[in-house]
Write a protein that binds this ligand. Structure first.
Ligand SMILES: Cc1cc2nc3c(=O)[nH]c(=O)nc-3n(C[C@H](O)[C@H](O)[C@H](O)COP(=O)(O)O)c2cc1C
Length: 179
């Protein structure tokens, strides 16, 4: 059965390694008959969570008037969520983290999401640098009751587009086909 998949991508570098990894995932997912909505969070106006609790009292409505409702609306119709990011200082980018923080109302406003996955690129050759981001994914899955559908990491990348031809693109395509 086809699924609605939301991809939140955190890279500010257009056409970079993370965009290419996300594109491979999307190609695999769409080839398998799924519908994918991609949000490049770095191109959107998404303020950091203010911690005011307004969204809890007002059925998910935030006091900030920015682009986040587009993402929340898509998540309310999604079967799966994919977080894609370059590693910035042992974590996902601030642009993606802001969007994740603003998913706070989903604790009380339920979604059909059952599965989540992660796509990461990093400069270091040592995969340890991904631990913080993967920890966040696992804890999100635990908190929201999602299955972890898989993580694809690509290490040792610095230049824009350096990921071209790498096996991780095939892994992301395959994950798209099975999620
Ligand atoms: C501000 C900044 C911080 C970074 N921090 C790390 C890091 O902590 N560990 C690492 O392995 N790579 C780090 N990198 C490298 C990127 O994760 C890597 O080059 C990635 O492939 C860039 O993805 P992009 O092409 O989508 O921009 C950093 C890059 C930038 C610009």
């Amino acid at each position: 059965m086809s699924k609605n998949i939301v991809v939140l991508s955190g890279s500010p570098r257009k056409g970079g390694n993370t965009d290419m990894l996300a594109a491979a995932f999307i190609e695999g997912a769409e080839s398998a008959g799924n519908y994918v909505t991609l949000f490049r969070t770095a191109d959107m106006r998404i303020g950091g969570c203010l911690g005011c609790g307004h969204c809890f009292k007002e059925k998910g409505v935030c006091v900030q008037k920015d682009d986040m409702p587009q993402i929340l609306d898509a998540l309310r119709k999604a079967d799966a969520l994919v977080l894609a990011s370059p590693i910035y200082y042992w974590s996902v980018t601030a642009q993606l983290k802001s969007a994740v923080d603003r998913m706070y109302p989903l604790i009380s406003v339920k979604t059909p999401i059952q599965r989540a996955a992660m796509l990461l690129t990093c400069g270091n050759k040592n995969e340890d640098v991904n631990e913080g981001a993967v920890f966040m994914l696992n804890r999100l899955c635990g908190a929201y009751g999602w299955d972890n559908a898989g993580v694809v990491t690509a290490a040792g990348l610095h230049e824009k587009g350096e990921i071209a031809g790498r096996a991780e693109l095939d892994k992301a395509r395959a994950l798209g086909g099975t999620i």
